[in-house]
Design a protein around this ligand. Structure first.
Ligand SMILES: *Cc1c(COP(=O)(O)O)cnc(C)c1O
Length: 346
């Protein structure tokens, strides 16, 4: 298959600069879940570290341990899916920052960390999303048990955090009130809270009062804007990745590329996507399982490289997502992982 994902690390680095400028004085935690949103974990983490990113958000422990090995001991690596005592112990030993949104996980962390280990805990309150997080009515009990673990030097309370829907300002405002109340309860108990973090890309960019000490931003750092949200120009970012595919056959009215639905190009993208060709944008006519047909142009040749979607293509992942009624991450994560990768930039 000729289709490939080309990731421009210099564009990514420019996005990091834009993110940092936008969220300052809060720090930027670069979220790298899902293999860095399909961009490839190791090259993304290495470049981000070179660019001065000091917090990484890794979702699961397995990924976080890889990140730790890439960034060395000084950067902070935040993980928020921890299953069982063994995983908790591995996380504590690697000096990860542990996002704990469940009393059972808190017990596991306490059991995994010897007195003196000072495991770094960020307690998560459920601020309304109801997916994960300690319910407000259990918060005081959780804070008391953290207090006991802190006294035993098993854990150090580093932060309080939550996740918000970023779907409506009103709902997010209510979440923020619950979040502030949770932080106040910790401080009243006598424990300092060094890192409060609530926002992801959308709220982190749009709403200063959501940034607190740390903004956990993934999508915008890769240049994946929100569907129906501000443009890339307004955000000051660009998609770092582009999917390319080569022409494998030239027909009377169309050309064929060897990228199809079985590689993750949605069949519903037919007639909803423009590809970059040597003669300018041309319409995607039909997506078949193993190949697709694209509107022809004069002089088309086998081997011509077409920009299918992304930063160097007429349409971004989010442009396509909007036409399909989904989000850019979904398009990216269906398409990018199936492709071989090339990196540009240093
Ligand atoms: C994915 C995720 C983020 C980053 O969200 P983006 O919209 O991609 O910036 C932040 N926090 C948590 C808990 C997440 O799962």
């Amino acid at each position: 298959m000729s289709a490939r994902l080309v990731i421009d690390l210099d564009v990514f680095a420019q996005n990091l600069t834009a993110v940092r400028a936008r969220v300052a004085p809060a720090e930027h935690m670069l979220v790298v879940k899902d293999d860095a949103y399909g961009h490839g974990l190791a090259p993304i983490v290495r470049r981000a570290r070179q660019e001065g990113v000091s917090w990484f958000g890794a979702f699961d422990v397995r990924t976080a341990l890889i990140v730790r090995s890439l960034v060395g001991p000084l950067a902070r690596v935040f993980v928020w899916s921890i299953t069982g005592v063994d995983e908790a112990r591995a996380a504590v030993d690697a000096e990860l920052d542990l996002g704990v949104g469940d009393l059972q996980v808190l017990e596991d962390v306490a059991e995994a960390s010897r007195p003196g280990a000072n495991a770094r805990v960020h307690l998560k309150v459920d601020s309304g999303l109801r997916r994960n997080g300690i319910r407000p009515e259990q918060w005081d009990a959780a804070v008391s048990s953290v207090g006991r673990m802190v006294a035993e030097e098993r854990v150090r309370l580093e932060g309080v955090w939550s996740h918000i829907a970023e779907a409506s300002d009103e709902e997010d405002d209510r979440s923020r009130e619950r979040f502030d109340a949770a932080v106040d309860a910790v401080r009243r108990s006598g424990m300092p809270v060094a890192f409060r973090h609530l926002a992801a890309s959308a709220a982190g960019f749009a709403r200063a009062e959501f940034r607190y000490d740390l903004a956990r931003i993934g999508a915008f750092a890769y240049g994946i804007r929100s569907a129906d949200g501000p443009s890339e120009r307004e955000l000051g970012v660009r998609p770092a990745a582009t999917v390319f595919a080569d022409v494998i056959a030239v027909n009377d009215d169309d050309v064929t590329i060897d990228l199809g639905s079985m590689h993750g190009l949605p069949s519903t993208a037919s007639n909803r996507l423009s590809l970059g060709t040597p003669a300018g944008p041309r319409r995607l006519l039909e997506v078949r399982p193993g190949y697709s047909r694209v509107e022809a142009w004069g002089g088309a040749q086998v081997g011509d490289s077409l920009a299918v979607v992304g930063g160097d293509a007429p349409d971004s992942a989010t442009d396509l997502a909007e036409r399909l009624g989904t989000i850019g991450e979904e398009v990216a994560l269906r398409l990018y992982p199936a492709l071989s990768r090339e990196y540009r930039g240093r």
